[in-house]
Design a protein around this ligand. Structure first.
Ligand SMILES: Cc1cc2nc3c(=O)[nH]c(=O)nc-3n(C[C@H](O)[C@H](O)[C@H](O)COP(=O)(O)OP(=O)(O)OC[C@H]3O[C@@H](n4cnc5c(N)ncnc54)[C@H](O)[C@@H]3O)c2cc1C
Length: 405
């Protein structure tokens, strides 16, 4: 194998490229991205990029120009339009064609747009340019309506509120953060937003968004509300169109095996676009939209291509920052059947999710990073041990989690 091409120059694609070179691969390596930037970090886009006084700049994933030093052929501002598997060739949007021996698909996800009349007026956030636009528009606004009480919507609500804008969050579900976060912590996040002055309405059906003057009117089951800016935070969809057109198996993401190979063994998929099995949670597949998974799966795909046979086993983990709170969840909350809470002081809470055999399968923490960061790291090691745990010891803040290891 002497010609590896990576499609998608985001976190996962960039990490795969670096890991291939770090792993000793010396052949041709091309990284193709439709954005104009070198691979950059997305997490700051809903946080620092909005609130910091200085104009934001993309934060490259490797810090500095590591990718530039690794003899990687970087193609920016060009998309892969098609994969011709029979010829092992890619068709690029500028008419060029490019052969490959092995291909890594790291195409990520796109923000879901609101499928209702006037839905196009709601700004969404995925790219650096989206963040620049939102930053300007939030700063110019007095009233902001955020549609969707998921992680990105709530981070943007916190950012807008930090800038003292009047903020309303409209959520269709009867609770916030259903997809990602246990109810107890989601309620605590909600309470914090309310304390900060954010209005939160749940169970709201949005009907349409009309422009009015320089702003908008959002018509919903609550009635009509005016805002200078409407933001949509209703989730993301995996970018699978290339894979579908190429006849690869796709179901809520590009299906891969334990080594991250798609239904075509010469093509791997990583990051937000991939749907993979996890050895710690047998019988389940998952697709994660989380920074660590992008990082780790990119690096793992490199190992597979370099001859490794290990199953991809990085534990799911994500964080979210809102105000001075950090929410961190490690493992798979849905795999748990019982919850044990540990109070850490200063309002910080850690939840342990146990399966029916008393094994820790996930831990979720909310509080300041000082309170929960270390605990979540220890919980992660406990999850990896797969040993049954005593609920009483987990609940007792006097018992150091290190002792349970
Ligand atoms: C605003 C925001 C905040 C986030 N905050 C957090 C957080 O706090 N904590 C956390 O854990 N995670 C967070 N995430 C999630 C994390 O950033 C993503 O999981 C991660 O970026 C996924 O990496 P990826 O490489 O799979 O996809 P992306 O980073 O989306 O990269 C995919 C790249 O592929 C390109 N591409 C797609 N199709 C083609 C094509 N056909 N040809 C060429 N290029 C193509 C895209 O343009 C894009 O540049 C956040 C995400 C966003 C958007």
């Amino acid at each position: 194998m002497n010609n590896i091409v990576i499609v998608g120059a985001g976190e996962a694609g960039g990490r795969a490229a670096i890991a291939l070179r770090d792993g000793g691969y010396t052949g041709r390596l091309a990284l193709i991205g439709e954005e104009v930037h070198a691979p950059y970090e997305r997490p700051p886009l809903s946080k620092a990029a909005i609130v910091e006084p200085d104009e934001p700049r993309p934060t490259t994933i490797s810090g500095g120009d590591r990718l530039g030093e690794l003899d990687i052929e970087r193609m920016t501002d060009v998309a892969v339009a098609a994969i011709e598997r029979a010829e092992r060739t890619l068709a690029l949007s500028d008419g060029r064609r490019l052969g490959y021996d092995a291909l890594i698909l790291a195409t990520g996800a796109r923000a879901r747009s609101l499928n209702l009349p006037g839905g196009e007026h709601a700004l969404t956030l995925r790219s650096f340019e989206d963040a620049q636009r939102l930053r300007e528009r939030i700063r110019a606004a007095e009233r902001v309506i955020v549609i969707g009480g998921g992680l990105i919507g709530l981070e943007l609500a916190a950012a807008a509120r930090t800038l003292r804008r009047e903020v309303t969050v409209l959520e269709a579900d009867t609770r916030l953060l259903r997809r990602s976060t246990p109810e107890i912590l989601a309620s605590a996040v909600e309470a914090r937003h309310v304390r900060e002055g954010v209005e939160i309405a749940k169970g709201v059906r949005i009907e349409r968004i009309d422009p009015r003057g320089r702003g908008f009117v959002v018509h919903s089951s609550l009635g009509s509300r005016e805002a200078d800016l409407v933001v949509g935070g209703i989730g993301a969809l995996p970018r699978t169109e290339l894979a579908v057109a190429a006849g690869l198996a796709v179901e809520n993401g590009i299906l891969v095996d334990a080594q991250l190979r798609t239904s075509d063994p010469d093509i791997l998929a990583v990051g937000d676009c991939a749907n993979f099995p996890h050895p710690l949670y047998p019988g389940r597949r998952m697709r994660l939209e989380a920074w660590r998974h992008a990082f780790a799966s990119g690096a793992h795909a490199a190992q597979t291509l370099l001859g490794g046979d290990d199953a991809y086993a990085a534990l799911p983990w994500f964080w979210s920052d809102q105000y001075d709170l950090t929410l961190q969840i490690v493992g798979l909350v849905e795999a748990g059947e019982a919850i044990v809470a540990r109070e850490l002081g200063d309002g910080a809470t850690l939840l342990f999710h146990l399966d029916r055999d008393g094994r820790l399968v996930a831990a979720a923490g909310l509080g300041t990073i000082e309170r929960i960061g270390k605990e979540i790291k220890l919980a992660e090691r406990l999850i990896g041990r797969r040993a049954s745990q005593s609920a009483a010891a987990l609940a007792d803040p006097g018992v150091n989690l290190k002792r349970l290891l």
